[in-house]
Design a protein. Structure first.
Length: 218
């Protein structure tokens, strides 16, 4: 009974993810696309062992979609013990092969296209942890009022392009909202001018993602 409840809980958590297709992410042979589709179906149906096997096969050739989904499975304990260190390694490797960069570039404008499905990180904190640690981001706001940060995040439709996290300062929990991932300080600073007015009102400033990832509570 306990194991069944745990399994249902895992599947319930999985269903909170959004299954999306990343348009124009990469061109791939039909066979590779077919294996990705089969793996996505297995993952969606709770057949985690088969999904992990199929993604692992593709990951041997550094397929970024497969690497990213393996990271999700390691992070969430889907069919295996939770392993945040391995998840981070897989996310970083996927980023090097341009998956995260591609996802950031299309932002929330994800449209159906043939073939590739990926489990998209849903929570704002997971979005931060999935970014390249050597990149830079823009801190938009910081407050002890979590509802204020959540409202700012949701009203500006920042899902998939931003995240927020909590860290402890002087006996209080502070919630900070960050936006985007940029390879250099210069690119991050240049991006500030192009932000919508509502995202510039709290004077965004550049921070290294590595520093923020270290602050996030386990």
């Amino acid at each position: 009974m306990g194991s069944q409840t745990k399994q249902n809980g895992i599947r319930g958590a999985y269903r909170t993810f959004i299954l999306s297709i990343l348009a124009n992410l990469l061109f791939m042979p039909g066979l590779q696309a077919g294996v990705l589709e089969e793996a996505a179906d297995a993952l969606e149906n709770g057949n985690y062992i088969r999904a992990y096997m199929l993604y692992s096969r593709l990951a041997e050739n550094n397929d970024p979609v497969a690497l990213f989904n393996l990271g999700i499975m390691e992070q969430k304990g889907l069919g295996r013990p939770v392993n945040p260190f391995e998840a981070r390694t897989l996310f970083e490797k996927a980023s090097r092969y341009k998956l995260v960069d591609a996802y950031n570039s299309i932002q929330v404008a994800i449209k159906p296209a043939g073939g590739q499905r990926v489990v998209v990180i849903q929570t704002p904190q997971e979005w931060i942890l999935a970014q390249n640690a050597n990149y830079y981001t823009l801190q938009l706001a910081s407050s002890t009022n979590r509802k204020l940060i959540e409202k700012y995040y949701n009203q500006n439709q920042l899902q998939g392009t931003a995240g927020y996290y909590v860290n402890r300062r002087q006996g209080e929990d502070w919630y900070a909202l960050v936006y985007g991932a940029y390879p250099s300080v210069g690119e991050a600073n240049a991006a500030i001018a192009g932000l919508p007015k509502d995202l510039r009102k709290w004077s965004p400033w550049v921070r290294k993602l590595k520093d923020i990832q270290r602050l996030i509570k386990p």
